[in-house]
Design a protein. Structure first.
Lengths: 114, 112
């Protein structure tokens, strides 16, 4: 039973390009969460999705960032026109929705904007 | 408001006990967690405690919760070099879903 799979592990983009980060939840999990970790900081909540629905996007920047979790396939976090300040580690987590004891994180995608 | 604070760095000798402290501000927090992050890796859930508990022990790990002072600690007995990592405290509320609020992390360095 594979854990939460994120790819790519490392992503380098030039300023102004688009970044697409993918997250495949654990088998049987239909809830996905995205968090961002800036250097030397803790994780900050970005967005919570269930299949085909965004439940809470209160942590997402208002512009350039979007997320989706389609009926089929992985969840995608999309960052348009990246800037240097977007450089961070982006972590995805998944759950079945019934746990109250934390959820499983992926290994993250480390985005570097040059 | 929601805020979780931790000291940033802790250095201990191998074999000693480590105590990592955390304070939180939201009294309605229901679950409190400790996560471990090794270099270049994701977060591993170490343990969690429900807010109506005072203590939880799991092998070398002991979690103490002082709800009155909103203080949480993680004690690692017989600390080993493999325990060197960043430890994050996090809180969440029951009901709805688990949106976690993380501290900035405590970097634990274990030396011989």
């Amino acid at each position: 039973n594979a854990g939460v799979m994120q790819n790519p592990r490392h992503l380098v983009r030039r300023r102004g390009q688009e970044a697409r980060l993918r997250c495949s939840p654990m088998k049987g999990h239909s809830h996905v969460y995205w968090y961002r970790q800036l250097p030397e900081e803790g994780l900050k909540f970005m967005v919570y999705l269930q299949k085909e629905n965004i439940i809470d996007e209160s942590g997402m920047p208002k512009e350039r960032f979007s997320a989706e979790f389609p009926k089929e396939g992985p969840s995608i976090l999309r960052i348009q026109q990246v800037v240097r300040g977007d450089s961070a580690a982006y972590f995805c987590a998944s759950s079945s929705g019934s746990e109250n004891y934390g959820y499983t994180f992926g290994s993250g995608t480390r985005l570097t904007v040059v | 408001g929601e805020d979780v604070e931790q000291s940033l760095f802790l250095s201990v000798r191998e074999g000693d006990s480590s105590v990592i402290n955390c304070t939180y501000t939201d009294s309605s927090s229901t679950y409190l967690y400790w996560y471990k992050q090794e270099p270049g890796a994701g977060l591993q859930l170490l343990t969690y405690i429900f807010s109506n508990m005072d203590m939880k022990q799991d092998q070398r790990l002991t979690v103490l919760l002082n709800k009155k002072d909103k203080h949480l600690s993680l004690r690692i007995a017989d600390t080993q070099t493999g325990d060197s990592a960043i430890y994050f405290c996090a809180e969440s509320k029951a009901g709805g879903y688990n949106k976690l609020i993380f501290g900035a992390g405590t970097r634990l360095a274990v030396h011989p």
